[in-house]
Design a protein. Structure first.
Length: 384
């Protein structure tokens, strides 16, 4: 049983939840990939989904699964220099050979040096391939393998992605014991899979993460609270479950804040039952945090016209007509349709059929309404 003084919910990026629910098929695909050997689909995988849907959590769980099988897991979050950081993590732990990362950049930033070993930018894939191959030589002697995970892949530099993709392609074609999983926002797919140099990544098994069924959410919440000596059932459990909308990050937020409210109200020296008021208070706190951690960052990554489209949608209490959205934007349907497609691909909104769309991220409508005046001001739009 979890300590009654320790909050079992962890609403922070990448932290494994107390119960990982709704992802059994993806986890099974990955485990089968490791067990079935080189060439198994689960060994080359791309995971996409909106913010807060659990992509980083999946990578964390993949690493745990791999390490249970004595594999080595090396992880990176995409940003400038990713390939060199991977190279550094794979340098031999013993022996006389090692990489040094004090590059001296040559004229026009074309080349440099890595520990006295001259390289050109175009040779990075081969260099990374050699490092990965050397590490696999050691791992495969004990029937283990190497897992490489890359998070936020939509933000990677093209040169880094080319390096990783090229090295992995060669090693997989040589039947090496390698698994590569990269995760990111939906824009990752359109950005990298259409790149002629990285056609290899099109063969990666796609896993698009969605919301969790509410029945599973309800069971997980009840079980997790019970494990810490708190009873969550009946109407309080219904309030908590419905508030999550099946959104993985919101599940953590709702659980965390309801548990926190209960902890403030009781000493937890014995069994405690969550009241309706406590459930409602926790949900209110969770919704406030959701805006700061998900909605705000999501809008920051969108274009001004994307935001204008969303503001037009937010005027409706339910699904919006695409023709009505265009009219509110002062544009024709064809023009507005470009941004409809962009937002659907980004999994910010979803197609509801019959010319209608709705928000895919829970409570984004409410957030937009609450912050509409500020957003319109930043966009230079007049008040309506």
């Amino acid at each position: 049983m979890v300590s009654a003084r320790t909050n079992p919910f962890k609403p922070s990026a990448g932290h494994l939840p107390p119960v990982l629910i709704g992802r059994d098929l993806v986890l099974d695909d990955f485990q089968e990939g490791l067990d079935n050997g080189s060439g198994a689909p689960g060994r080359l995988m791309r995971i996409t989904g909106a913010r807060g849907i659990g992509k980083t959590v999946m990578l964390t769980e993949f690493r745990r699964i791999a390490e249970q099988r004595s594999w080595q897991a090396i992880s990176e979050t995409a940003s400038a220099g990713m390939a060199q950081r991977l190279l550094s993590k794979m340098q031999p732990q013993k022996g006389n050979f090692s990489f040094s990362f004090e590059p001296s950049v040559s004229v026009f930033n074309v080349g440099g040096s890595l520990g006295g070993m001259r390289y050109e930018r175009d040779s990075m894939p081969l260099t990374l391939r050699e490092a990965m191959s050397a590490r696999l030589d050691t791992l495969e002697k004990r029937n283990a393998g190497l897992l490489v995970t890359i998070d936020e892949a939509q933000a990677a530099d093209r040169s880094d992605m080319v390096a990783v993709a090229t090295a992995a392609q060669h090693l997989i074609s040589e039947d090496r014991n390698l698994a590569l999983v990269f995760a990111g926002l939906p824009s990752m797919s359109s950005k990298w899979l259409n790149d002629d140099v990285m056609t290899f990544l099109r063969r990666a098994q796609p896993e698009r993460l969605g919301d969790i069924p509410l029945e599973e959410v309800s069971s997980a919440l009840a079980d997790t609270f019970h494990a810490s000596g708190i009873i969550l059932k009946d109407e309080p459990l219904h309030i908590a479950t419905q508030a999550t909308a099946g959104y993985p990050f919101m599940i953590q937020l709702v659980g965390y804040h309801i548990w926190r409210v209960v902890r403030r109200n009781h000493d937890l020296s014995g069994p405690v039952e969550v009241s309706i008021d406590e459930a409602q208070a926790g949900v209110k706190d969770a919704m406030s945090r959701l805006g700061d951690t998900v909605h705000g960052p999501e809008l920051d990554g969108l274009s001004p016209i994307d935001k204008t489209y969303l503001l037009a949608m937010a005027q409706d209490d339910g699904p919006s007509s695409t023709s009505t959205i265009a009219e509110r934007m002062g544009k024709d349907v064809k023009y507005a349709g470009i941004y409809r497609i962009r937002l659907i691909e980004a999994q910010v909104i979803e197609d509801c059929g019959y010319g209608k769309v709705d928000f895919a991220i829970p409570y984004l409508r409410e957030y937009l309404r609450e912050h509409a005046a500020y957003i319109r001001m930043t966009l230079g739009l007049s008040e309506e």
